[in-house]
Design a protein around this ligand. Structure first.
Ligand code: XMP
Length: 317
């Protein structure tokens, strides 16, 4: 059976021997895997681990600032790089979901590459790859291969010639969480819902503008905070909001409005391959819907997604 404590001791020793006095660069995403990988490596090699946390402008509201603070509080040697403007510029006018993904993947690599070059004499690239990622990348390529293509920091340009180190590559997700807990990582970080690499870009159907990102961040924050304060967050595997590319008629006082529609999505799943929509309480949905419409300017209608996967997917794009 798997013992997190024994695993930590062994892998830390193994990493130390392997890496010796070299420098390692690692991309933090705010997710569980990259965080646990970073804390393990930090334990093994300390300041020789250089973490980079990129803000692509498509994270949740205040996520960049708050997660960066958490990382620093954990003693990680981390640099926050705010590349929001660069990402949003490159994404301007793009409507096709796959092109959004490709663009974000490319810009991420460019930004990460620039940053990695600032670290003198870096020899290793660390990744938070876990066992299911390993299996997935050797199995037949389906749409999920594209999905994972920029999930972790894979595919850096060849000339960087970095050696790869993946401390979690033999672990399943629940084992990663147990290792994280043994390492003292906070339960709220370990219990975070999965969040796609391309972030809110694939939850804004159609083209992306800074205004739309802000609207969606506000809606999403109300939904997620609401789930937490009602004790529902941990009962849901993944939740988020989607900004639809349609306006609908509404009424506010004596005025007719013509504003945006948002969809809320919450699913139960074990691995994201199949998923059922969660039967959130009507009272909760009513409260959240009112709060969104009252507080977020530009939204006059909220709908709840009652589709399961398959045949629907979790994300709308
Ligand atoms: P779908 O929409 O395919 O999502 O049912 C399954 C899981 O994968 C996540 N997802 C992504 N993750 N890059 C990622 O890193 C992507 O392009 C991407 N697309 C979907 C999705 O959030 C869900 O957890």
């Amino acid at each position: 059976t798997f013992t997190p404590k024994a695993f930590v001791e062994e892998i830390v020793e193994e990493m130390r021997e392997k890496i010796k006095g070299d420098k390692v660069v690692l991309g933090l995403s705010g997710g569980v895997d990259s965080t646990v990988a970073a804390v393990l490596l930090n334990k093994a090699i300390g300041e020789n681990l250089y973490c980079i946390f990129v803000n692509n402008g498509l994270l949740r509201k205040n996520e960049f600032e708050s997660v960066l603070e958490q990382y620093k509080g954990m003693g990680l040697n981390v640099k926050g790089v705010d590349a929001s403007a660069r990402f949003l510029n490159e994404l301007a006018g793009i409507e096709d979901p796959e092109l959004k993904r490709k663009t974000i993947g490319r810009v991420f690599i460019e930004v990460f590459d620039d940053e990695a070059h600032l670290i003198e004499d870096v020899k290793w690239l660390a990744q938070g790859t876990i066992y299911p990622d390993v299996i997935e990348s050797v199995s037949v390529k389906g749409p999920s291969a594209t999905i994972k293509s920029h999930h972790n920091v894979g595919g850096l340009p060849d000339y960087m010639k970095l050696q790869i180190v993946e401390p979690l590559r033999m672990l399943f997700k629940d084992e990663v969480r147990r290792v994280g807990a043994t390492l003292g990582i906070s339960p709220d970080l370990l219990g975070r819902h999965p969040f796609p690499g391309p972030g809110l870009s694939i939850r804004i159907l159609g083209d992306i503008t800074p205004e739309k990102v802000q609207i969606l961040q506000d809606v999403d924050a109300i939904f997620i905070e609401g789930l937490k304060s009602h004790g529902l967050y941990d009962k849901v595997w993944q939740a988020g909001a989607i900004l639809l590319p349609v306006n609908s008629v509404g009424v506010m006082g004596d005025e007719r409005t013509y504003e945006k529609v948002v969809a809320l999505r919450a699913v139960e799943s074990t691995d994201g391959m199949t998923a059922d929509w969660v039967h959130l309480p009507y009272d909760f949905l009513m409260k959240i819907s009112n709060e969104i419409i009252n507080k977020v300017k530009g939204v006059n209608r909220v709908v709840y997604d009652i589709s399961s996967k398959p045949p629907a997917t979790i994300e709308w794009e």
